[in-house]
Design a protein around this ligand. Sequence first.
Ligand code: GUN
Length: 312
Amino acid sequence: VGARRLDGAGLAARLRAELAPRAARFEARHGRPPGLGIVLAGQRPESEIYVRNKLKAVADAGCRAELVRVDEHATIDECRRVVQRLNDDEATDAILVQSPLPPGMGADAERRLFESIASAKDVDGFHPENVGRLVQKRPTLVACTPLGCIELLEREQIAIAGCHAVVIGRSDIVGKPMALLLLHRDATVTICPSRTQDLPQIAANADILVAALGRPGFVTRDFVKPGATVVDVGINVLTDAAEVARFFAADSPKQRSFAQKGSVLIGDVHPNVDEVAGAITPVPGGVGPLTIAMVLRNTITAAELRAGGAAA
Ligand code: GUN
């Protein structure tokens, strides 16, 4: 039988349909659509896909979407000038700098660029002011992936209050904001770096287990309490046949897909978790599409807030 699938792709499609009228109302009131600017440095294949999907979702809902490409070898100052131009542009309500940045920009480039975005336009919620507001549970723009995970749990009526939630991974992009959103909904939250001692035992206490560390199939069935809800944030590409064989049975759909395309996606959660979990997000079609829908929602929210109107 296996665990109940939490259909992120289906929910994302519904959210996008719900959000289009909000974008149209904004345009009717203000004479222009909500506008998103994306800064993409370099040409990493995964980032190209994420950015294309964000641009399409935002444009399909009737917003304006602008992509500004920056050369892989550009300096951080060149990137900052692009961000500044978008900060100054009245018709741009929302800005994001796609992560990761090219390694040549230096270790702290990401933080420096995230904090150069005007906090009112910070659609990713990565600006320290917005992170601070999230910590204090004040209204703010919140990171899109955690927001999508919460939306899915709530719409699937998975109880958060009073439960034990374990978040594996403590990145600024997913782990930390995820833990805060769960905490604000009265979960007891444990945040685990991957080096946590006895990680499987701690994870196996979780009613809600969030895997966000970026390692293919890391969370195996011994990490999961029977019946628990598992949210798989990882999106990893396998291209090695031996790796694929390690995770997927010979006649499985994933193996067939690998035979056709030469690559296959796997989350941070091992396929054998399906046998113990109560509910689980698939990869692909789980958290990924929800992140995209939340970029759209935050773009519209930022536009409404900038225009001084109530964020409906
Ligand atoms: N890279 C992976 N996830 C994200 C995200 O949510 N926003 C940005 N800007 N980059 C990312």
